[in-house]
Design a protein around this ligand. Structure first.
Ligand SMILES: [Zn+2]
Length: 199
């Protein structure tokens, strides 16, 4: 039995979500560091490589670091969370829907849970389980990047290489942030494609 961090019912869920290059992980780390400075017990989880998405999606690596525990499935979070008062979860979009129940359980136990993840995939489709997490969270923060074409606030991840091409995990040059106007579902769609500043 895990000792409770707070009285039951006083936990909550915070979700930090947005497109690539919007600073989700930096915001997660900033919040966790604040808790750590206040001597709260903090633990962070990340999904271990998920083969469903590894070929299609990039896992970006923040230069900022916070030691994290890689887990293959959301249920492992509950097994390894110990007596942490604050639980961080990064790259939450790579977990399945079971993460929602796990996160709710952690909050119900009285813990503060801070979850970061992509809100949409490169096709602009909501990236499960983020929509469900947004629905049950007490606090939601949408982070925005800067559009690489026009400089406007950007909330979408533009894939720059053809859909069939295998993308090396961590290859930042395969994606860039785009605004609503300049994002294209299909990078090969030259009819719709607007010239980049360098062209
Ligand atoms: Zn733009």
């Amino acid at each position: 039995m895990v000792p409770r961090a707070y009285p039951v019912g006083t936990g909550w869920i915070e979700v930090v979500t947005g497109c690539m290059f919007s600073g989700k992980t930096e915001e997660l780390i900033r919040r966790l560091n604040r808790a750590r400075y206040a001597t709260q017990r903090v633990v962070v989880f990340k999904p271990s490589i998920d083969t469903r998405y590894a070929a299609e999606d990039v896992v970006s690596h923040s230069e900022q670091r916070f030691p994290s525990i890689p887990v293959a499935h959301a249920h492992e979070i509950h097994r390894q969370v110990g007596d942490a008062q604050v639980v961080g979860i990064d790259e939450a979009q790579f977990f399945d829907l079971d993460l929602v129940g796990v996160v709710e359980h952690l909050a119900n136990e009285g813990r503060r849970v801070v979850v970061a993840g992509l809100d949409q995939d490169f096709r602009g489709v909501p990236f499960e389980p983020m929509p469900q997490l947004l629905a049950v969270a007490e606090y939601v923060t949408k982070t925005l990047a800067v559009c690489m074409v026009c400089g406007a606030p950007a909330n979408r991840s533009q894939r720059l290489v053809p859909r069939e091409a295998r993308v090396v995990i961590g290859a930042r040059d395969a994606y860039e942030a785009r605004c609503r106007l300049h994002w294209r579902a299909d990078p090969e769609d030259t009819q719709q494609r607007l010239p980049l500043p360098s062209e």
